[in-house]
Design a protein around this ligand. Structure first.
Ligand code: ADP
Ligand code: MG
Length: 311
């Protein structure tokens, strides 16, 4: 069966530096083009935590140290990250398609995602962005720059910013028109540029929408069949990292809700994936979500591995 698939790419699909990303996306393009070659309609979304953190820190450092560099507002940093990540992805996917004799147009849409200005996330920042730091470095950054720093899933300290929920996608009609005309579209990059509605204005806000929720939102809007979240782990686990860790192949709605309640999924990393995957699968009968690794994407879609969330 040919499906409409929204694929959400995690940090490991893009790496940590522009140079690393340029190399990595060549590999990232392979499972994406596998899906297109199999006849599926593919829409791509991706994260931008490390990238937007890097751009923001670089612009901020430059604006204090060098008189000529202006301050770059955070939403603009998000837009910059959509631009260069989209550029790398569309460049690599185009090449992979051409190498297989497929002439399919690929384009990135700079995408604004509407959030609620009263979202409680604005008073409780949770989204990790940028690099990982030691405790000492983290303390220094929060003293110097006023960043909120938290420990991220046992991997070190990171800056956190508000992560409001996506309500709607401003460019949805454009994305839909392109998808309906067989274009491969890269959209809601980094979860989208977060904007709030003020009359006819869309005003950018300093936050990062979780790309997992934004991907689920655009998947619903496009009436997709399948949401595939590609990350660093092949499957989702309960008791993750503990002696009694258990990797899961299939989850129904009740089990997923139970495991969320029991706290098996780390906030800011696996929890948003699970919630987004569950939300999309529940949104209409027949929809399903898969969480697996980039390397195992092909086997995941064939039902061989990954964690499938469905009724
Ligand atoms: P991405 O960049 O793909 O969004 P994240 O780092 O945000 O990736 O989330 C994936 C990470 O979540 C995994 O690499 C793993 O370390 C962590 N994780 C937390 N809880 C779980 C769990 N219950 N099962 C699997 N992985 C988990
Ligand atoms: Mg993440």
């Amino acid at each position: 069966m040919k499906d409409k698939i929204v694929v959400a790419l995690g940090g490991n699909a893009l790496g940590k530096t522009p140079k690393e990303q340029h190399e990595l996306v060549k590999g990232t393009a392979v499972p994406i083009v596998d899906l297109i070659a199999a006849g599926h309609e593919v829409v791509l979304a991706h994260g931008n935590g490390p990238q937007v953190g890097m751009i923001n820190l670089a612009m901020e450092t430059a604006s204090v140290s060098d008189a000529g560099t202006p301050e770059m507002p955070f939403p603009e940093c998000g837009a910059m990250s959509q631009g260069y990540i989209g550029y790398h992805l569309q460049n690599a996917i185009r090449e992979e398609l051409l190498n297989r004799g497929m002439d399919v147009p690929v384009a990135t849409v700079v995408t604004q995602v509407i959030v609620d200005k009263n979202d409680p996330a604005f008073t409780n920042p949770t989204k990790p962005i940028g690099s990982f730091y030691s405790k000492e470095e983290a303390d220094e950054l929060s003293a110097k720059k006023g960043y909120n720093m938290v420990e991220d899933a046992g991997r070190g300290y990171r800056r956190v910013v508000p992560s409001p929920r996506p309500i709607d996608v401003a460019e949805k009609a454009t994305v839909k028109a392109l998808v309906d005309n067989n274009h491969v579209v890269i959209t809601v990059g980094g979860g989208g540029i977060p904007v709030v509605k003020e009359g006819n204005k869309l005003v950018g806000v300093p936050a990062v929408i979780d790309k997992d929720f934004a991907s689920a939102k655009i998947a619903e809007i496009l009436d997709a069949d399948y949401l595939i979240i590609l990350t660093a782990v092949e499957k989702v686990a309960i008791n993750f990292g503990k002696e009694n860790e258990k990797w899961l192949s299939k989850l129904d709605f009740a089990e997923t809700e139970q495991y969320i309640k029991e706290g098996h999924f780390a906030p800011g990393s696996m929890l948003p994936k699970i919630e987004a995957a569950l939300g999309f699968a529940k949104s209409k009968s027949g929809r399903k979500s898969l969480i697996t690794s980039l390397e195992k994407a092909k086997e995941g879609i064939e039902g061989i591995t990954g964690t499938l969330i469905t009724q």
